[in-house]
Design a protein around this ligand. Structure first.
Ligand code: GLN
Length: 193
């Protein structure tokens, strides 16, 4: 892969994604300002954090349109947690959507306060069981046509794919000591572009 993986680095847990991808031998570039989007990218990571803050910063930093255009054009995306909220076409408990490029309905902070954070194991597509860490996580309430459900925990959809957009409610970047399967899967999507 000659082009780098761009990791949105305006807020949230981006360093862990960079560490995970670097450990797999891939070069990453932090996307912090509009000028960072002018280089060719092999893929895009939208990390966890706070989607409201990220959405505002994307617009304030003038990155929103260029990034959205790349996603729509088919740039492979790995979106975790807040990143998944950025991709959702609809949020069931928030009026403000962001990229809205993936036909899914997402509920923010869906597990309430008490179950806000937890860790479990569940199967992920063809990859088998992987560890999943949830932090004030959203889940997917409904999927539109063409969306493939990859993972469910307690009857809630926690991972789905739509073309080259891969959205996860959990944080694979926090479990790389045990499994890098999700990042490897994403890199295969980037290589087969
Ligand atoms: N609760 C956050 C939001 O709504 C997402 C949490 C996370 O990314 N860990 O943006």
């Amino acid at each position: 892969m000659t082009a780098k993986i761009g990791v949105l680095a305006v807020q949230g847990a981006f360093i862990e994604h960079i560490q995970a991808l670097t450990s797999l031998g891939v070069e990453c570039v932090e996307l912090r300002q509009a000028a960072d989007l002018e280089q060719p990218l092999a893929g895009l990571v939208l990390p966890g954090g706070e989607s409201t803050v990220q959405g505002k910063l994307l617009r304030d930093l003038d990155m929103y349109t260029a990034l959205r255009d790349k996603i729509v054009a088919g740039l492979p995306v790995l979106a975790t947690c807040a990143g998944m909220i950025l991709l959702a076409e609809k949020l069931s408990n928030d009026d403000k959507v962001h990229f809205a490029t993936m036909p899914i309905t997402v509920r923010r902070n869906a597990y309430g306060r008490q179950l806000g954070s937890f860790r479990t194991y569940a199967s992920f597509g063809a990859l088998g069981e992987i560890p999943m860490t949830f932090i004030r996580a959203p889940y997917i309430e409904a999927v539109g046509e063409g969306v493939q459900v990859l993972s469910e925990v307690d009857d809630k959809i926690v991972a789905a794919q739509y073309g080259k957009q891969l959205a996860l409610a959990f944080h694979p970047e926090l479990d790389t000591a045990e499994s890098t399967a999700v990042h490897e899967y994403f890199l295969r999507m980037c290589r087969n572009k």
